[in-house]
Ligand binder design. Structure first.
Ligand code: F6R
Length: 620
């Protein structure tokens, strides 16, 4: 979480920093701030709220210079106040920094620094880093190091960083060493954009679009001194290292809402195209299978895989559950779906024939990254299903599948979910065709997948009825979401969507499980959303629905077009096209996304920037 930007060059830094922060706002939007340096003067502006608020502050009280750093915050330590916003100042103003990450041993370091006379102005862990660097700078100078030499500053930073436990991405300005920014990374991403007579810094490459395609991804325990003309890269305990500049093919993030009121709605409507993009170039008609450019794994080796672990968080974890059903059904390989936050600290007995897939939209989720690294450490082939090209997980994985869903800006994940499910369907087809699946079954699956973009277009036709139903139910404070088989993960995902953007309590369950406890919640005040398309166990789930109705529970059903029986039983019905069981999540998740969206709007919530959340969860 938190986004960092920086600039050193010939342009006016404040505008550039503010634009960069706007692009990184999905990483946190509790508060924002910038520090701009001109000679030995560093002007700081920071403010609680969105980057827009900071922009107003800077317009009213400008800062000038062509070197600066900025930050958009998702609070971890210390309330969301102006004073706790970044940048933070160390010593008597000789160090100014922005930090992304968590310093786990900050309390102990703070105590030590207070003992040395350092006065803390904030309740953050980040201020500790600023004072610690200021302290070691003073120590270095006392030891006789040259106060005007960059190496003195680097030593002070190096000694300080060695004392930190936790994660950091840091960008630092020094009052007495104008014209440079020092950056360092351990666990939190940082990218340097290389320009002509200018350099950029950002937490991910998105703010660099339109300025440069040349980037350097900082690795853990690397730090760099960046001036307008030069980058000096160092690795802990190794000294200076050669930097590797990569060219990325990045289109400027489309921040234009077009005809839509919110990014979430725009992204819901982008799903026919995002699914099409995920399928593009990945079908091998002749062999009735799928193909992937970047798996980097020999088919022979893949045939030996006898277990798959899918690891992820949140919505991506729900996609993983759909993946479990898909891969087990079509490839007959046992699959486990692990919360990344659990897997990273568990020690499950994985065999050498286990393959691990990390599923992630952002490619930066701290727990998913840590779980993947842990599996790699133990020698398991670790691949990624990822949306953001060049993200940390995409770069560190042994191979993988890009979603090609385009930027997802709304905090509530929508199109990434359906793209993940599409990628997992392709994977199930690929693995299935290597094992038991017949040519004809492969052909059938391909033709059904190919129809999906059009089917999703038709599904979006339910929008008006969802809008009406949302108005009717927006006043309820508790919801149950129920589905079975492929629609059980959809029920979980529907409940999560409602919770995160409308702050309504919602629980997702396998529909038959509710008899084992949750049915006690059912009354006239707790509506149930039943995902009940025609399919293998339609009559079974119909009985579950009747059980709810018998207890006077209200029911909103997501059912197949032409299902008239359901209309007699449910209070309200949202109709979707009928598809094969394995494709149902792609269809049935859409009305649930729209339902959450409209209920949130009815309740006056900010759908794109829900409280307490951030798009990219880079702390554990
Ligand atoms: C919910 C949502 C989150 C993310 C989760 C993982 O709408 O977006 O639950 O799915 O934080 O993020 P990624 O997929 O970026 O690893």
């Amino acid at each position: 979480m938190c986004g960092i930007v920086g600039y050193v060059g010939f342009r006016s830094a404040p505008e550039l920093l503010l634009d960069g922060l706007t692009r990184l706002e999905y990483r946190g939007y509790d508060s924002a701030g910038i520090a701009v340096q001109r000679d030995s003067e560093i002007g700081i502006r920071k403010k609680v709220g969105r980057v827009e608020e900071l922009r107003k502050l800077v317009a009213a009280n400008p800062v000038r210079g062509s070197i600066g750093i900025g930050h958009t915050r998702w609070a971890t330590h210390g309330a969301t106040t102006d004073v706790n916003s970044h940048p933070h100042v160390g010593g008597n103003g000789e160090v100014v920094l922005v930090h992304n990450g968590v310093i786990e041993n900050y309390a102990k370091l703070k105590e030590q620094l207070q003992g040395l006379g350092y006065v803390f102005r904030t309740a953050t862990d980040s201020e500790v880093v600023a004072h610690l660097i200021a302290h070691h700078l003073e120590e270095q100078i006392k030891l006789g190091e040259d106060p005007e030499s960059v190496s003195t500053y680097m030593k002070a930073v190096e000694v300080s960083l060695k004392k930190l436990k936790g994660t950091y991405g840091l960008a630092i300005l020094f009052r007495d060493l104008p014209n440079l920014i020092l950056v360092a990374r351990a666990g939190s991403p940082l990218v340097i954009g290389v320009g002509k007579g200018e350099h950029f810094i950002a937490s991910d490459a998105s703010p660099l679009a339109g300025y440069t395609d040349e980037v350097v991804y900082l690795a853990d325990h690397e730090m760099a001194v960046i001036t307008a003309d030069h980058v000096d890269l160092h690795r802990r305990d190794e000294g200076r290292v050669k930097m590797s500049v990569q060219t990325i093919n990045q289109v400027s993030t489309d921040l234009d809402l077009g005809k839509f009121d919110h990014y979430m709605l725009k992204e819901i409507y982008e799903q026919p195209e995002s699914i099409e993009n995920c399928l593009r170039g990945r079908i091998d008609d002749d062999s009735a299978t799928s193909k992937f450019g970047g798996l980097n794994i020999d088919p022979q080796e893949l045939r030996l895989v006898d277990r798959i672990v899918l690891t992820a968080c949140g919505t991506s974890w729900h996609a993983g559950l759909v993946g479990e059903y898909l891969i087990e059904e079509f490839a007959r390989i046992p699959v486990e779906v692990e919360y990344a936050s659990e897997l990273r600290y568990r020690n499950p007995p994985l065999t050498e024939r286990t393959m691990v897939f990390a599923i992630t939209q952002s490619g930066e989720t701290a727990d998913t990254l840590a779980a993947m690294r842990e599996c790699k450490r133990k020698g398991h082939k670790s691949l990624a299903i990822c949306n953001v090209v060049g993200s940390t997980i995409a770069r560190e994985a042994d191979g993988g599948i890009y979603l090609h869903a385009g930027p997802e800006i709304g905090v509530a994940s929508t199109k990434a979910f359906t793209s993940q499910v599409t990628a997992l369907s392709l994977l199930a087809l690929y693995l299935g065709r290597m094992r038991h699946m017949s040519y004809h079954a492969g052909k059938r699956m391909i033709s059904q997948l190919r129809d999906m973009p059009d089917t999703i277009r038709r599904t979006l036709g339910c929008h008006d009825s969802v809008r009406e139903i949302s108005a009717k139910y927006a006043g309820y404070d508790n919801f149950l979401y129920l589905g079975r088989l492929y629609n059980f993960p959809v029920a979980l995902e529907g409940a999560l969507k409602l919770k995160e953007i409308s702050y309504i309590h919602a629980e997702g369950y396998p529909a038959a499980e509710m008899k084992h406890g949750p049915i006690a919640l059912v009354d006239e005040e707790t509506p149930s959303v039943f995902v009940i398309p025609r399919g293998a166990i339609y009559p079974k789930i119909m009985s579950n629905l009747e059980e709810i109705k018998a207890r006077r529970g209200k029911v909103i059903a997501i059912a197949c077009e032409g299902d008239h029986r359901i209309a007699d039983l449910a209070d309200d019905v949202i109709y979707v096209p009928e598809v094969e069981d394995f494709l149902q999540p792609l269809v049935t998740s859409i009305p649930l996304q729209l339902l959450a969206y409209h209920i949130a709007l009815e309740r006056g919530c900010n759908v794109d920037r829900p409280r307490n959340l951030a798009k990219s969860v880079t702390v554990e």
